[in-house]
Structures are given as structure tokens and as C-alpha cells.
Design a binder for this molecule. Structure first.
Ligand code: BES
Ligand code: ZN
Length: 741
């Protein structure tokens, strides 16, 4: 029970801990309702703490059975008050605290601390769950070396897992019980502690690291589900290899375990060498999982694995620094997926999420900076801003430094801070020191909330052969931050010529031969003059969505159509199609509201028709280009939502595409029907994406043949993706096949 009234925690109030805990020895006697935990903590005063301060430990929902300081018993009732255990005057030298607590895993419905899930005991300690196991300095800047002994009935828990490498194990003579000891040599904060006990099925594999060490890999799932863990295992091995190749990060223990449980608050958790997952992000087979499920499994397995360095080896000083590990690790998992699959599609997916979730958060009453200043409840701070915008902040530094210097900065960060709990400033300082680039102004991205808006205006001077681009930045007020300072924004710009190719860029600040210049915005308004421009260019702004901003730039339909056809930057090519689609659909809605009939825009249809006909575009990206903006996204763009007319207008475009380009779409559909076993990789997924969009436009014509085609796919499907695609298309049609399916 919490006894103190809730009051906010402030970053500015941070103080180092008064005591450190060097080693932690834990002994668990697993029991469904009364698990006994013996903890032996070796503490010492922190040289950076306040001398002679009392020792105040955190606890939550604990029954304290016994306590001893250096072997001398203490009466728990004298030192425990609510969620605090206070020792007023501990020794000024190293000392040992022995604690025995009793906890009830079956009654733990918060799923924080030690709890039961199915036939297993498992733990979840981030952010503040370890205090529900034993009394502790439950804060991320107290790093300790853990040894864990687990004891249980052999029949109930043949499998006993902890952090680190396995040590002694065996039966307890004269009983039906057994035990296992686990040793983790890497100092870690309590939030990374984990244990699992239970009766689970195991899939095993091995991985040889870059220096030639063999690591034993295991994924543990409910019995009977082992055959569905194969994709997760493949994803794990690809993640381990990728972190070596992309970041030079090698795995650092003899074993790596993943446990899939059915009761879990989050997606997954990066406990040192013992990741625990919600089983929906581990289990997949082609009959029950779609391509999207496989894609998510790969990226979440990667994310949690990558935390081994960005989070575990180097961790957060306090929870205000959450983006240090989460923003960075999201950036790393985004790059992993981009390397495994279509880079263009991955960027598109991530920006769609950013725009609908993070931009909305930034625009509302809960707007907060990537590094918040205060919180009431840390569990509510795992937000899109900390995660997704945090990843964009890392990506911008990657852009400003360039890949080589960014990598050198990351190497320095990991080397300098290995085994430490640090801040976002420490991360930025490592990038600065390795690159010589000043990121002082850039760090405003960590402090200022809100989505900056860039207003762009261009002017071509045929006589002087110059193109002048004026860029203004402003950041709207957010709660507690009425005025903002200008930010350091890397703004990618390309100029597309009349022939559709990128022009060479002769502009101050562009030293590379690249046809995309990174313009560094640091002031409220800046002007850039591009020289030797032979004809009026079409600017392609914020390429690759290099900065998480909105861009206000006046473009004609013809400009958009041109960029849909030609932009060399895949993200902007897609974004032009989206902006164009949004424009024409919302225009139709206005016409419908005025009582007119709205015919789909012919030029827009032609622009997409050209995409349909272009066989040089890879299938996954082509599917994204052809995808119209979603109804809920469009509804968000309207001052007053009008779902019915929106649906009618959008459907009319889909139908018109199906009617006008029916033959080509049928050709695409047939070409992507592969009579081969289902493979959930990038190629297979891309092909099914394109097949789906072709089928959905064909089906929008609502003829007997096209409906028959959808129903045939539904009936013949040998995988969940094809089946779900057909079902969702049928679900949008008023036909008898819909009910049957
Ligand atoms: N460390 C988090 C899990 C977590 C979050 C535990 C909040 C406790 C409180 C983990 O690394 C994570 O971020 N998981 C995400 C998935 C990931 C791919 C973004 C999740 O669980 O949603
Ligand atoms: Zn994470």
C-alpha cells in the first residue's frame, strides 16, 4: 500500500544515491502464494552521496519476515513504515544487509514484480517492480552484480532461469525439489533483474559471435507451441549479426534466453540475457499470423536484443533519461528493419506512426519534451514522444554527423560509459567529442516540446540562374512552454529538374556531391541561394523525413503529380502521392457537401496510373505509393468530420482506379500470385502487399468477376495474410460472399 500522497518527481531534484549496493545475492523458494525471498545486499556509503545520511530502501506489498545488519537482527516493525525501510545511522564502511521477505505471486495482478502467468512464475521489474520482490535502492543508477538461486518443486518448475550464465544446479536430496544458480557478471540496475520458473517447451539454437564464441540460444514457450517459435529464433540470430555489423556490438554472455508468456503488460522486456515477451510477439505460423505479425516479431526481438548494449551495458541515470535507451534503441531497431526489408517502406511506416501518434501528442494537453522535467507516475511516461520522437532526435544527429562520425560517436559512448548509468547529455557529448561537431543548440530537441513548423518559399531567377529558398521555423506553444527558441534542424532538400532527374546542387553548406543537401537551420528565418540552376526546379523538401517537422509549402497539383512520377527520394515520392490524394479526396467531400456529384480527379488518377504501369518500382514500395490516405487520417485533417461523405469520396477514387486501370491491375494481381510455399520475408510480404492493393481496387468496381476473384483468394488461401486480405476486402462490399466468408 502506498502511504505517501502522490507528488511529482523533478529532474532538477536529482541527487546521487547515498549508498551503493555492490553485490546482490538472492535466494527464491518459489511458491504460488507464499514465495520466500532471501536477499543479501553488500552496501557501502557512496563517495558522491551525503556522508552519514540514513539508508532509505524502497518496498511495495512486501511482508518483511526478518532483517539483519552485519549479522545482527533488526526488528522490522522498528524500521519499516509503509513503502520505506529506514536505517537511521548505518555504518560508514561496507556492511551487509540480510532481508527475508514473503510475496504472493498469484495475487499479483499488477504484473509488476514476481507473478504467475499460465504454468510459470515470471518477473517484470521496469520501471519500479523490483521493490515488490525485496527492499532495495530501486533506482537505475545503483548498479550491482547479481547472483540468483532459485528453488522449486521439480514437477512445477523443471525450468529455472535467471540473468547471466548458469551455475550450479541439482536436486535437493530427500525432497521433490531442485535448484539452479545464475551469475550475472555485468553490473546492472534492479529494473533489469529477471527470473522465470515453470514447465515450458524449449527451442534451441546457437550463435557464433564475431570473435568466435558460441552462444547458446533458447526460446521457451507453452508446451505444444514450439513449432511457432522458429521465426523469432531466426529474427534473434539476424539481430545478433546485425548489431555486430552495424554497430560493432558483440554479445557478452554464454547464453541468451527468451521466454514467451501470455500475461504481460507491455510488448516485451530487455532483462539482461533473459528477455521476457508477450507471446503474441514470439509465436507465429502461416496459418495464424499475417505478414505484419512476422514483421513486428522481427522488429521487437531486435529491439529487446539491441538493448543489451543500449540500455543494459550502458543504462539510464534516472527515469527522465528514458529516451537515452528507448529513443536510441528504437532508432537501432528501425535501422535493423530497414536493412532487413524495404528501407523506403520502413521509413514510411515509421513516419505514419509518428504523425498520427506523436504529432498529436505534441499538439495536445499532454505535450512534453523528449526528456521530461517532471512526472507523477513513471509508468505513464513510456510515450510516443520519448520513443518515436526520441528516435527521430537520434536520426537527426546521424544526419548532421554523417554515418561514419555517428558510428565513431556511438563507439566512444559505449566505450566511455560501459557499466555506467548516464544521461542524454553524456550521449550527445560522446557524439560531439568523436566528431568535433557542436550539438549545443541541437540539444533543445531534448528540452522543447511541440512540433516545429517550417514555412518554405522558393523563387527562381532565370536571368541569374538562381533558385532562392527561404525557410522559416516556428514551434507552437505547449503546456508550460509559451515561447520557444529556434532549433537546430537538419533539413534535406533536393531540386528536381524538368526531365525528372535531380539537379546538381551548388549551395553554401553542401560539400558533398549528393543531390540532396542537408541545410542546417538554426535561426528563425534563413535564405539559401542555389546557383547554376538552368530551369525552374521543383523542390523536394525534408527528404527522407529527415526532421520531425511539418512543412508548409505551396504546391500545385501538377507539382505533386510530377513528384509522384519522378522524385528520387522514395519517402517524398510517397508523401507527394499522399498529399495529392488527400487534396483531391477532401475537395470531393466539399463538393458532395455542396450537393454536387463528385467525379474523381482525372489528373490524380493518371498520376497513379503511371505508377501502376511502371514496372521498375519494387512491389512493396509500389503498394505504398498506390495506397490512398486512410479514412481516419483524412478525418483528422477536417475541421468538422464527415465520415459518410469521406467514405463515399474515397471509395469513388478506388472504384475509378479499378475501372480505368482494370487490365493493368489484373496483370499485377496475377504476376504477384506465387505458387510457392509461404515465406514471411521482405520479398514475400512486398508481393502480397501489391497483390492486395491491386485486388482491392479491382474489387471496388463491384462486378461479379471481381467479387469472385476476392472470394476465390479467400477460399484458396494457404496463409493468414492472403485470407485476411480477402476477408477485409469482402467486408467492404455489400455482397453475399461477405457473409459466407
Ligand atoms: N523496456 C521496454 C519495456 C517496458 C516499458 C517495461 C515500460 C516496463 C515499462 C521495452 O524495451 C520496450 O520498449 N518494449 C516495447 C516494444 C518496442 C519494440 C518499442 C513494448 O513493450 O511495447
Ligand atoms: Zn525498449
Amino acid at each position: 500500500m502506498r502511504t505517501d500522497a502522490a507528488r511529482p518527481v523533478h529532474l532538477a531534484d536529482y541527487l546521487p544515491p547515498d549508498y551503493l549496493i555492490d553485490t546482490v545475492d538472492l535466494d527464491f523458494r518459489l511458491h504460488r502464494t507464499a514465495t520466500r525471498v532471501h536477499a543479501k545486499l553488500v552496501l557501502r556509503p557512496n563517495p558522491k552521496g551525503r556522508p552519514g545520511a540514513p539508508l532509505v530502501l524502497d518496498g511495495d506489498d512486501l511482508v518483511t519476515v526478518a532483517l539483519a545488519l552485519d549479522g545482527v537482527s533488526l526488528d522490522p516493525t522498528g524500521v519499516v513504515a509503509g513503502d520505506r525501510l529506514t536505517i537511521a545511522a548505518p555504518p560508514a564502511r561496507p556492511f551487509v544487509l540480510a532481508i527475508e521477505t514473503l510475496i504472493d505471486p498469484s495475487a499479483n495482478t499488477q504484473l509488476s514484480g514476481l507473478y504467475r502467468s499460465g504454468a510459470a512464475w515470471c518477473t517484470q521489474c521496469e520501471a519500479e517492480g523490483f521493490r515488490r520482490i525485496t527492499w532495495f535502492l530501486d533506482r537505475p543508477d545503483v548498479l550491482s552484480v547479481y547472483t540468483t538461486r532459485i528453488e522449486a518443486e521439480k514437477s512445477e518448475a523443471p525450468l529455472l532461469l535467471g540473468n547471466g550464465n548458469p551455475g550450479e544446479a541439482g536436486d535437493i536430496p530427500g525432497t521433490s525439489r531442485h535448484f539452479a544458480v545464475w551469475r550475472d557478471p555485468h553490473p546492472k540496475p534492479s529494473y533489469l533483474f529477471a527470473l522465470v520458473g515453470g514447465d515450458l517447451g524449449t527451442v534451441r539454437d546457437t550463435f557464433r559471435t564475431m570473435s568466435g564464441r558460441d552462444v547458446k540460444l533458447a526460446i521457451h514457450v507453452e508446451h505444444g507451441k514450439e513449432s511457432r517459435a522458429g521465426w523469432a529464433m531466426d529474427s534473434l540470430k539476424r539481430s545478433m549479426r546485425w548489431d555486430e555489423q552495424a554497430f560493432g556490438r558483440e554479445y557478452d554472455l554464454d547464453v541468451f534466453n527468451i521466454v514467451a508468456v501470455s500475461d504481460f503488460n507491455m510488448g516485451a522486456m530487455e532483462n539482461k540475457s533473459l528477455n521476457i515477451f508477450n507471446d503474441r510477439y514470439i509465436l507465429a505460423d502461416h496459418d495464424t499470423a499475417t505478414d505484419m505479425d512476422y514483421y513486428l516479431i522481427e522488429s521487437i526481438v531486435g529491439h529487446e536484443y539491441f538493448h543489451n548494449w543500449s540500455g543494459d551495458r550502458v543504462t539510464c541515470r534516472d527515469w527522465f533519461q528514458l529516451s537515452l535507451k528507448e529513443g536510441f534503441t528504437v532508432f537501432r531497431d528501425q535501422e535493423f528493419t530497414a536493412d532487413m526489408r524495404s528501407r523506403a517502406n520502413k521509413r514510411i511506416d515509421d513516419v505514419e506512426v509518428l504523425r498520427v501518434t506523436q504529432f498529436r501528442e505534441d499538439a495536445g494537453p499532454l505535450a512534453h519534451p523528449v526528456r521530461p522535467d517532471s512526472y507523477m507516475e513513471i509508468n505513464n511516461f513510456y510515450t510516443a514522444t520519448v520513443y518515436q520522437k526520441g528516435a527521430e532526435v537520434i536520426r537527426m544527429m546521424h544526419t548532421i554527423l554523417g554515418p561514419e562520425k555517428f558510428r565513431a560517436g556511438c563507439d566512444l559512448y559505449f566505450q566511455r560509459h560501459d557499466g555506467q548509468a548516464v544521461t542524454c547529455d553524456d550521449f550527445v557529448a560522446a557524439l560531439e567529442d568523436a566528431s568535433g561537431v557542436d550539438l549545443g543548440q541541437f540539444k533543445l530537441w531534448y528540452r522543447q516540446a511541440g512540433t516545429p513548423k517550417i514555412t518554405a518559399a522558393g523563387a527562381y531567377d532565370p536571368k541569374a540562374r538562381t533558385f532562392t529558398l527561404t525557410l522559416k521555423q516556428e514551434c507552437p506553444p505547449t503546456p508550460g512552454q509559451p515561447t520557444k527558441q529556434p532549433m537546430h534542424i537538419p533539413f534535406n532538400v533536393g531540386l528536381v529538374g524538368e526531365d525528372g532527374t535531380d539537379m546538381a546542387l551548388d549551395v553554401e553548406g553542401n560539400t558533398s556531391k549528393s543531390t540532396t543537401a542537408v541545410l542546417e537551420l538554426t535561426k528563425p528565418e534563413q535564405t539559401f541561394v542555389f546557383k547554376n540552376v538552368s530551369a525552374r526546379p521543383r523542390p523536394s523538401l525534408n527528404r527522407d523525413f529527415g526532421a520531425p517537422v511539418t512543412v508548409d509549402f505551396t504546391q500545385t497539383d501538377a507539382d505533386r503529380a510530377f513528384l509522384v512520377g519522378h522524385d528520387k527520394d522514395p519517402f517524398n515520392r510517397w508523401d507527394a502521392a499522399q498529399a495529392y490524394g488527400k487534396e483531391v479526396i477532401l475537395r470531393s467531400v466539399a463538393e458532395l457537401q455542396a450537393g454536387k456529384t463528385a467525379a474523381p480527379d482525372e489528373d490524380f488518377l493518371k498520376a497513379l496510373g503511371a505508377v501502376i504501369a511502371d514496372t521498375s518500382i519494387e512491389p512493396a514500395f509500389k503498394a505504398s505509393l498506390l495506397n490512398l490516405p486512410a479514412e481516419d487520417y483524412l478525418a483528422n485533417c477536417m475541421t468538422v468530420e464527415d465520415p459518410l461523405n469521406l467514405h463515399i469520396a474515397r471509395k469513388a477514387v478506388r472504384r475509378a482506379l479499378g475501372e480505368k486501370y482494370g487490365t493493368a491491375l489484373k496483370g499485377i494481381y496475377d504476376s504477384q500470385r506465387i505458387n510457392a510455399p509461404y515465406v514471411p520475408d521482405a520479398k514475400g510480404m512486398g508481393s502480397r502487399m501489391l497483390k492486395r492493393i491491386a485486388l482491392s481496387y479491382l474489387a471496388a468496381t463491384e462486378t461479379r468477376e471481381t467479387t469472385g476473384l476476392v472470394k476465390a483468394q479467400f477460399d484458396a488461401a494457404d496463409n493468414m495474410t492472403d485470407r485476411m486480405d480477402a476477408l477485409s476486402i469482402l467486408n467492404g462490399l455489400d455482397v453475399p460472399e461477405r457473409g459466407a466468408a
